[in-house]
Write a protein that binds this ligand. Structure first.
Ligand SMILES: Cc1cc2nc3c(=O)[nH]c(=O)nc-3n(C[C@H](O)[C@H](O)[C@H](O)COP(=O)(O)OP(=O)(O)OC[C@H]3O[C@@H](n4cnc5c(N)ncnc54)[C@H](O)[C@@H]3O)c2cc1C
Length: 367
């Protein structure tokens, strides 16, 4: 039995695990923290909206946009200033480099190890963490970010297939990011397709095919859709592909959210908004609260709206472009963003929801 007892062990050095290490160390640099990770560093673009002067890792933000574009399924552009907010970008590479080369090496309270955790056993003296290698550790508390399956029986996924490209000519407007572009008619009854663009400069961008579906990840099909999109919008432009971002997230509640001496964090802790997949700022707020031992409950009505949106996405996949078109056409983008952040008032929510397809919402409300 290991003799060293850590104050807390964090399983997973991904977005949530590293945010928690940061906030716990800031709150109490004496805490002995064990960070265990399997070593997966697949690249991700972590984006979020926040005030222009962001509170969420402002020193790691690589690019911000004040303006957002939504393109309808009919090809109409809705561009909005999102003042006082901005859309911020942190690459996972930059985030990992900061933590593994700067933050962790300069904080001796953190022990970081490469390990595949297999089992957690609660004991009177703490929690025993067992690893595949045969090693085991003891900690008073464990924050666990290992993915867990969702309890939804009709689970849909958000699939990403993006490419970081560079055009020969300076053709991009790098002051506006594209949140959703439904202009390519690639959606079917089984998948709803849109494109997401982060223009980093006038020549460089991430252009990402994003798909809501319950089908398996299908790289070949997504590559085809990506090229069709490029043909539709950039047929005369030459570009080079530098790298890719691929991935999948379940859009549903996690199976069991643990609380107590072993608790769940990150996507596993329910910090990913089920209907959108955005998680970065939610995980940050969760880390701050946990470091201060504060528990904050989101008002129930936001869970209700989220599960309603999710139900519509699950049951009416082919209507997603139509629902989104109507939403962005009738409601201001900053209000939509605040609504998705659970930061609207009840009267704003009534105003917003009344602009939507009421019969469609009633149908799912009554189910
Ligand atoms: C391609 C992509 C793009 C995304 N973009 C955004 C975005 O722009 N904005 C946003 O808010 N959200 C985004 N998300 C969603 C979400 O923010 C990320 O998925 C985020 O990484 C979730 O954080 P996490 O800590 O829960 O999981 P992860 O970051 O995946 O971290 C979990 C860690 O646990 C480790 N691990 C797993 N099992 C074990 C084990 N048994 N033992 C030890 N370690 C283990 C893994 O190696 C990993 O490092 C994106 C997701 C994807 C896939």
């Amino acid at each position: 039995m290991p003799s060293l007892v850590y104050d807390i062990a964090i399983i997973g050095a991904g977005a949530s695990g590293l945010q928690l290490v940061f906030e716990l160390t800031k709150a109490n640099p004496e805490q002995k923290i064990l960070l265990l990770d399997s070593g997966d560093r697949s690249p991700k673009s972590w984006c979020f909206w926040d005030n222009k002067k962001a509170t969420c890792f402002p020193f790691l933000i690589e690019k911000s946009w004040d303006s957002m574009l939504y393109k309808t399924s009919k090809g109409e552009s809705i561009t909005s200033e999102i003042n006082p907010l901005a859309y911020h970008y942190i690459s996972s590479n930059h985030f990992f480099t900061y933590f593994f080369e700067e933050f962790i090496p300069t904080h001796p309270n953190i022990t970081c190890m490469n390990a595949w955790v297999t089992n957690l056993v609660e004991m009177p003296t703490g929690v025993e963490i067992r690893c595949k290698s045969g090693d085991s550790f003891i900690a008073l508390k464990v924050a666990d970010s290992r993915p867990i399956k969702s309890s939804e029986d009709d689970l849909i996924f958000q699939h990403f297939s993006g490419k970081f490209i560079e055009f020969d000519e300076p053709i991009l407007d790098d002051s506006t990011m594209t949140l959703m572009d439904f202009s390519l008619p690639a959606s079917t009854r089984e998948m709803s397709v849109f494109h997401y663009i982060l223009p980093f400069s006038k020549t460089k961008a991430l252009i990402e095919t994003t798909i809501f579906t319950r089908l398996d990840y299908d790289k070949e099909t997504y590559e085809g859709i990506w090229h069709s999109y490029m043909k539709l919008h950039y047929s005369n432009q030459k570009f080079n592909i530098h790298s890719e971002e691929n991935g999948s997230i379940p859009m549903g509640k996690p199976f069991i959210k643990k609380e107590g001496s072993i608790f769940s964090i990150g996507a596993a802790g329910g910090n990913m908004k089920a209907s959108t997949g955005y998680a970065f700022t939610r995980m940050h707020q969760d880390a701050i609260n946990r470091a201060k031992n504060k528990v904050i409950h989101t008002p129930n009505r936001f869970h209700f709206y989220d599960s309603m949106l999710l139900k519509i996405m699950q049951k009416e996949m082919n209507k997603i472009p139509e629902v989104m078109d109507r939403l962005f056409d009738r409601v201001s983008t900053p209000l939509i963003l605040r609504f998705l952040d659970d930061k609207t008032t009840l009267s704003q929510e009534i105003g917003l929801l009344s602009q939507l397809d009421i019969p469609l919402f009633l149908k799912h409300l009554l189910r």
